[in-house]
Design a binder for this molecule. Structure first.
Ligand SMILES: Nc1ncnc2c1ncn2[C@@H]1O[C@H](COP(=O)(O)OP(=O)(O)OP(=O)(O)O)[C@@H](O)[C@H]1O
Ligand SMILES: [Mg+2]
Length: 282
């Protein structure tokens, strides 16, 4: 069996606020396994623990208990983080740098050679659709452009795993569509992608699997098709069937105990999410 790209085992995180007056339980016994090449979406409302999970995976904060493995190695082992690219929630950028300079800065941090850097920057600017904006300062960039340069920065060292915290938040539909397409094209090249989002409809389209996080607990997890399927209902998508055939089929169904429901028997991720989180509040 191949090792998962990311394995989070029984991770809990308790934050203690200054002077230890308050304990905030951010994560409780979290288990996640993300296969190589998979796109996994971590969904949850504000404060549910999404960013905390991502930061623990990246080794930016220590879990109170539990462990994280990246391709079978402890995430704190030497060299492991080189496999990961990260787009933080509120990526901080030097506004006075141009897009190309920003990427050059990160290329240097990642130890890319001078020759490699030049071609890599041009390639990445083109990949994220900023080829013509590479020489403009970030202070002139729109939110969508900043998000795209953030993605380019996360990709600079050819990471095997890409961790994206709210990659399409605060971006208009066209901009987020671009980012979704980019995510899918990275998957096609074999990159494993873990993203967090509260924009459910966007996640629905790109993720192979999703997990629903609520108050630090993973409430449900699975393939979207399975999570959204409605029990006891079957959907056929039929092309080019004649009206006679369909009438006959309907009569045949009606002659049993079954019933034809003239609705697409899938719930939306939005509704599913609300249902799951509401019942856990009871
Ligand atoms: N450094 C910290 N110190 C204390 N509490 C923290 C810290 N970071 C996060 N928390 C708390 O942990 C919980 C989970 O926060 P987290 O940022 O992981 O949520 P999130 O799902 O990413 O939310 P959002 O959708 O708003 O980004 C929240 O209650 C938050 O207040
Ligand atoms: Mg967050």
């Amino acid at each position: 069996m191949t090792e998962p790209a990311i394995r989070v085992s029984d991770v809990s995180k308790v934050f203690t606020t200054p002077f230890r007056r308050r304990r905030i339980v951010a994560l409780q016994h979290l288990n996640l396994e993300i296969a190589p090449g998979e796109i996994y979406g971590l969904l949850g409302p504000n404060g549910s623990g999404k960013s905390t999970t991502l930061k623990i995976i990246l080794g930016l904060i220590e879990p109170t208990r539990g462990s994280v493995r990246i391709f079978g190695r402890d995430h704190s082992a030497v060299g492991v983080r080189r496999d990961i690219g990260f787009l933080p929630e509120n990526a901080y950028f030097h506004k006075f740098l141009t897009g190309a300079e920003t990427l050059r800065f990160h290329a240097k941090l990642s130890g890319l050679s001078g020759r490699e850097t030049k071609s890599r920057i041009a390639e990445l600017l083109a990949t994220v659709g900023l080829a013509r904006a590479g020489d403009a300062r970030l202070s002139t960039y729109s939110k969508g452009m900043l998000q795209r340069i953030g993605l380019a920065q996360a990709l600079i060292h050819h990471p095997k795993i890409l961790v994206l915290d709210e990659p399409t938040a605060a971006i208009d539909p066209a901009g987020s569509r671009d980012i979704q397409n980019l995510i899918v094209s990275l998957k096609e090249r074999g990159t494993t992608i873990l993203l967090s989002s509260h924009l459910l409809t966007q996640v629905q389209e790109v993720c192979d699997r999703v997990g629903i996080l609520h108050r630090g607990k993973l409430l449900r997890e699975g393939h979207l098709e399975d999570l959204l399927a409605i029990e006891n209902q079957t959907e056929f998508i039929v092309e080019n069937a004649t009206p006679d055939f369909l009438d006959g089929l309907e009569q045949q169904i009606a002659s049993t105990n079954a019933r034809v429901v003239r609705r697409k028997p899938q719930t939306s991720l939005e509704q599913f999410f609300l249902k799951v989180t509401e019942t856990s509040d009871e």
